[in-house]
Design a protein around this ligand. Sequence first.
Ligand code: GTP
Ligand code: MG
Length: 455
Amino acid sequence: MAANDIDVFANEEKRNLELGGHVGFDSLPDQLVSKSVAQGFSFNILCVGETGIGKSTLMNTLFNTTFENEEGSHYENEVHLRPQTYDLQESNVKLKLTIVQTVGFGDQINKEESYKPILEYIDAQFESYLEEELKIKRSLLNCHDTRIHICLYFIAPTGHSLKSLDLVTMKKLDSKVNIIPVIAKADTVSKSELDKLKIKIMSELVSNGVQIYQFPTEDEAVAEINSSMNTHLPFAVVGSVEDVKVGNKMVKARLYPWGSVQVENENHCDFVKLREMLLRVNMEDLREQTHARHYELYRRCKLEEMGFKDTNPDSHSFSLQETYEAKRKEFLVDLQRKEEEMRQMFVNKVKETEAELKEKEKELHDRFEQLKRMHQDEKKNLEEKRRELEEEMNAFNRRKVAAETLMGQTLQGCSQPFKKDKDKKKLTCQTVTQAGARLFTYHRSHQCSRHVQHR
Ligand code: GTP
Ligand code: MG
C-alpha cells in the first residue's frame, strides 16, 4: 500500500456498521468473568501491629473462620514476618488468601529498624513477580501472586495520638502498599475519646505527609459509599470469634460484666465498614492499585537501575536491543576494569609477599652468620682451655715424677742409720735391764739386813 493510500484512508470517515442481528460479542464480559472465576483469585493482607494488639482475632472475625494462630512472644530480637496461605471458597469463587503478620513488632528497645523487614518483605514479593515477568517462558496467570494488596496498620487504642514508630513505619510503607489504618480493640476506649483519637490520627498523618489508601470515588456505582467511608478512617475495630446470644440471635460479640460489644453492630464499632470496604466493595481496586501503582513504581525504579530507559537523551525511543547492547558494553568495561584491578592487586600482593620473604631470608642468614661466629669463638676458647689444661697436666706429671724420684732416694739414704739405732736401742735396753736387776738385788738385801737388825 502506498503512502498516499494511507492518507486517503485516514481521512475517510469511520464507517458505522449496523448489525443485522445478534452476533454475540456482548457475552465478552461473561467470558471474562467465567475465565477469572475458573482461575481463582489471590488476595494478600499484611497485618502490621504490636504483639497482642488483636491482629489474628480480627482476621478470624473478618473471614468468619479460625486460622491457625501462633501467639507471639514479647522477647523477639528483631521483627520478622510470618506469611500463611489458605485456600478459601465462597459460592463458586476460589480465593487464595495469604495473611502476613508481623512478629515482634514494637517489642525491641531500639525500634529504628523495625520497618525494614516489612519493607524488604514487600519488595521481595515485587521482585519475584518481576523475575517471573522477565522470564522467557513466563506464566504470570498460573504463578502465585504474593504481592501485598493491603496493609492493615493496627494502632493501639491507648495513648493520645500516633506513636513515632507508627508514623515512621507508615511513612516508609506508603509508596509500596495500600495502607488502611485501624484502631484496634476499640471497645477499650469511650466514644468521645475515640472520636478525638480519630481526628488526631488523621491530622497527624496529613501533617507528616503519610499517604493512606483512599477508597476510589471515580466509579459512580461506589462513589457515594466510598466517599462516605473515607471520612470514617481510621476504622475503629473490635474482633471476636465468640458467638453470644443477643435477643434471639447469635452474634459475634465480646462479653463484659456490664454488657456486650457486638462486632457487627455499627453503633459499637466500624468492623462492618471495614469488611464491606475491604472485601465486598474495593477488593478488586486494591488488587489493581497494587499492580498499577505500587508494583509499577517498583518495576520502573528497578528497570532504570538496571539501565533500561524509555527514551535516550535525544528523546528518541530506545529499543530493547540497543539498551541491552549498551548495558552489555557497560558491563564488559566494568568487568575488565575490575579484572585489571584484581590483577594489579594480585601482583602487588605477590610483590609484597616476595619482599617480606626476602627480608625474612636475610634475617635468617644474618642470624646464621652470627651463630656461626659465636660457635667459632666458643670453639677457639675451648681449644685454648684444653691446651692450658694439657700443659698443666704435663707440668703436674713432671712434678710427680720428680717427687717420686726424690722420695725414692730419701728412703734409700735413711735405711743404714736406722739399723745402727736399732742395735743401740737393743744395747741400751739390755744395760737398763741389767742395771735394774742389780738395783733390785741390792734393795732386797738391804731390806733383809734391816729386818734382822730390828728383830
Ligand atoms: P500476636 O500474634 O501474639 O502478636 O497477637 P495478635 O496481635 O494476633 O493478638 P490476638 O488476636 O492473639 O489477641 C490478643 C489478645 O487480645 C487476646 O486475648 C484477644 O482476645 C484480645 N483481643 C483481640 N481483639 C480484641 C478486641 O477487639 N478488643 C479487646 N478488648 N480485646 C481483643
Ligand atoms: Mg496473632
